[in-house]
Design a protein around this ligand. Structure first.
Ligand SMILES: C[S@@+](CC[C@H](N)C(=O)[O-])C[C@H]1O[C@@H](n2cnc3c(N)ncnc32)[C@H](O)[C@@H]1O
Length: 313
């Protein structure tokens, strides 16, 4: 058995957006099915990559003789290992069967994510594994599903808010003031109100009647970007899922942060077409805000999510 650390990173492409990842990584990339390996990630294009559902932060190559040896080696490092196989499916399944099982069942929100590392591995051939004990996503293969509510929320957009809150390991408590910008038809507002929060929902379009009727929900028919922080006062959570206008988004967020009137933020950065230089720079500016992270959530579509929590979860 030979274990050799690699000096680059492995990235798992987001289904349907492999071209976005390839653009970020540039030409010097090795591809293994949905996985892309690149040396020296600090040198990537114009900055860190966002269009991946998981990146393997400390990969190593394991050359092994037997299935038992591969599984024993992983088990000796830590408990949790999720496979991403693109070849050697039968052999891969046999290795996984000798590792502690990972539940694939949908989670019931709110769910407190355990603070344990989630590893990842794949097989290049029958005796060569690439694995990493630390990954950017806390979910197996970057995937999380929830027990969905098909009656309450008027859209499925609440799933990305739930995923962001689980990743932050915190969520609004009863009575906390939240701003939901771009709130119609009301999926996010529904999710926030169900936690007992007081929600100021801002959108020119109305919310579904059943969401408007929830305790603590107030709808303001307005352009969110022309509402000043001082107009609304202190809020615990700034949530924004406004469609379009990425260039208006950043100065508006900056204004909120400068005002000191908001604590935690979850904000969707919508893309228009393949991310161009301007959109990449915008994502990088969000990622550079102190205490921030920009990720492609499993429930995101053609968009990224910027998150910031004042206290670590
Ligand atoms: C993707 S939808 C939001 C879905 C919502 N988060 C949910 O869970 O149901 C985007 C919303 O942004 C709203 N919107 C677009 N520009 C806006 C602006 N400048 N101010 C407020 N809302 C805006 C649209 O009217 C639309 O309802």
């Amino acid at each position: 058995m030979i274990l050799r650390p690699l000096t680059g990173q492995v990235y798992e492409a987001v289904t349907g957006f492999a071209d976005h990842l390839q653009q970020e990584l540039g030409p010097d990339t090795v591809s293994w099915g949905p996985l892309y390996y690149r040396e020296h990630p600090d040198g990537i294009g114009q900055g860190p990559g966002f269009w991946n559902r998981n990146s393997w932060l400390a990969p190593f190559q394991l050359t092994f003789d037997s299935i038992a040896e591969a599984a024993t080696t992983l088990r000796g490092i830590q408990r949790n290992w999720a496979p991403t196989l693109f070849t050697q499916f039968r052999r891969g399944a046999l290795i996984q069967s000798q590792l502690p099982s990972l539940t694939a069942k949908p989670r019931r929100f709110p769910w407190r994510l355990p603070d344990v590392p989630m590893g990842a591995w794949t097989l290049l051939d029958s005796h060569t594994m690439i694995a990493s004990a630390t990954c950017s996503s806390p979910f197996p293969g970057g995937i999380i599903t929830f027990e969905e509510d098909t009656a309450g929320p008027p859209s499925r957009a609440y799933l990305k808010l739930w995923e962001a809150l689980v990743r932050l390991r915190q969520w609004p408590g009863p009575g906390e003031r939240c701003l939901d910008a771009g709130a119609s038809p009301g999926g996010w507002t529904w999710a926030l109100a169900r936690l007992g929060a007081r929600v100021i929902a801002v959108d020119r379009a109305p919310l579904a009647d059943r969401v408007l009727a929830m305790p603590g929900v107030q709808w303001i028919r307005h352009d969110a970007f022309t509402l000043k922080p001082e107009d609304l006062g202190p809020i615990e959570w700034l949530c924004c899922d406004v469609i379009g206008y990425p260039a208006r988004l950043y100065p508006w967020i900056e204004r909120w942060l400068d005002s000191g009137l908001c604590k935690n933020c979850i904000c969707t950065i919508k893309m228009q077409g393949k991310p161009d230089k301007e959109q990449r720079e915008l994502s990088q500016r969000f990622a550079a805000l102190p205490g921030s992270t920009v990720v492609h959530l499993y429930h995101n579509k053609h968009e990224l999510t910027w998150m910031r929590a004042l206290k670590p979860g």
